[in-house]
Design a protein around this ligand. Structure first.
Ligand code: NAD
Ligand code: TDX
Length: 370
């Protein structure tokens, strides 16, 4: 039986991963460690916490004592480090927090895992670790920087981050690789493209657009909307992480993506037309709408001031994970976006809960001057 320590398990991808594991495996234990920042919500995993295989620790990944005591209490086999400040716009406002959580937090997690897993030293004086343990760092394609109209990020693409967020994630990747070289810590890094799906916090493009359409608000498209992102359904990302944990070669980096590049403006138009169609077909969804169906159209789109240093295009080459580990995405975008929109229409209470805090103030601050 494996015991997983999932940091950031009350956030978007982490919570989806916890649900994925509980469903897939009978015999396992999961400890979620999460500091419940604005992006973390215990309600997201409250049903799962009724399951005796899961427990929750509220702690910051930078807190040495708190993390140490988790490793002392449990025999952890896998650390999956999702916990991070994850929003590029917020990193432009407050870079320091991103460096603290994403870099120092990762280093603290690595250090505590290393200390807890060491069983001795080899003849070259390198540490030897308990068999079967692994530290998986959940990274991002943004560490590679920005692409022009052609080309793809491979695992050999040099890191060239351009935002405080991506610079902090790249630094975290380097420290993970340094622990692998210097202390022979068994690690993997996954670098995934943009995720979408249930429990996505509505500060990110897709859930923000859905929320605004339902409220009859303008849809802020940065710049001219020509920026390209490579979208992957969150469950496919969870499956990739599970695959790398169980089959990934120690020390390796794996890119994760589904060859689904789309311009932001096309995403926004697709979400508008899909919500309109779903509203026309299903009268029960109309209770989520604050305006009339006729107001759901492209006139809601508002081109606003661009994000500073806005990366133009991301596109992942997933040949390594597909070829070596047999992972391929299962959900095509056409189906995934409908699933996602339906989930939001049916889970308006969750949206209200996660946006009841400082969301309003955040929204006015970020979009007020655009
Ligand atoms: P998220 O912002 O939805 O969730 C982050 C979670 O981490 C929250 O539950 C939050 O409470 C927790 N957290 C934040 N700071 C913490 C700290 N100091 N200590 C403990 N917990 C803390 O993020 P997400 O979109 O789920 O992303 C998860 C990971 O995946 C991140 O590392 C991110 O860089 C990476 N990633 C995200 C995407 C994407 O499209 N969302 C794509 C590729 C990689
Ligand atoms: O209101 C908006 N209008 C807009 O045009 C927002 C919030 C975004 N955008 C644009 C910016 C990007 O080109 O949409 C695109 C997607 O933006 P985000 O949802 O903020 O995601 P992105 O910046 O691409 O980063 C995401 O993917 C990689 C995650 O937030 C990261 O955590 C992950 O590493």
């Amino acid at each position: 039986m494996k015991h997983y320590l999932v940091t950031g398990g009350a956030g978007f991808i982490g919570s989806n991963f916890v649900k994925y594991l509980l469903k897939k495996y009978g015999d396992l234990r999961i400890t979620v460690l999460d500091d419940l920042t604005y992006a973390g919500n215990l309600g997201t995993i409250s049903d799962n916490l009724k399951d005796s295989r899961l427990d929750f620790v509220k702690a910051n990944i930078t807190d040495q004592n708190a993390v140490k005591s988790v490793f002392e209490k449990y025999e952890i086999d896998f650390v999956v480090n999702f916990a991070a400040e994850s929003h590029v716009d917020r990193s432009i406002e407050n870079p320091q927090l991103f460096l603290e959580t994403n870099i120092l937090g990762t280093q603290n997690m690595l250090d505590m895992a290393k200390k807890s897993w060491i069983t001795g030293k080899d003849s070259n004086d390198y540490p030897v670790y308990r068999k079967g343990v692994k530290f998986l760092q959940v990274s991002t394609d943004e560490v590679y920087g920005s692409l022009g109209e052609t080309g793809y990020f491979t695992e050999n693409t040099p890191l060239a981050p351009r935002s405080p967020y991506s610079a902090s994630k790249a630094a975290a990747d380097f420290i993970v690789l340094a622990y692998a070289e210097t202390y022979k810590l068994p690690i993997n890094i996954t670098r995934c493209s943009n995720n979408y799906g249930p429990y996505h916090f509505p500060e990110k493009l897709i859930p923000l657009i859905i929320k605004n359409i339902l409220e009859g608000k303008k849809l802020p498209v940065y710049g001219d909307g020509s920026n390209v992102r490579d979208w992957l359904f969150v469950e496919d990302h969870c499956k990739a992480i599970d695959t790398v944990l169980t089959k990934g070669k120690i020390g390796e980096v794996y890119n994760v993506g589904g060859h689904n590049e789309m311009k932001n403006i096309d995403i926004v138009k697709l979400v508008i037309s899909t919500i309109r169609r779903l509203m026309e077909e299903n009268t029960e969804y109309r209770s989520a709408l604050k305006t009339g169906i006729e107001s759901i159209n492209d006139n809601l789109i508002s081109f606003v001031k661009d994000r500073p240093g806005h990366d133009q295009r991301y596109a992942i080459d997933p040949a390594k994970i597909s070829g070596e580990l047999g992972w391929t995405p299962e959900t095509c975008f056409k189906d995934g976006i409908v699933k996602t929109i339906r989930w939001y229409l049916e889970n308006q209470d969750w949206v209200k809960e996660v946006t009841s805090g400082d969301y309003r103030e955040y929204y006015d601050r970020i979009y007020g001057n655009r």
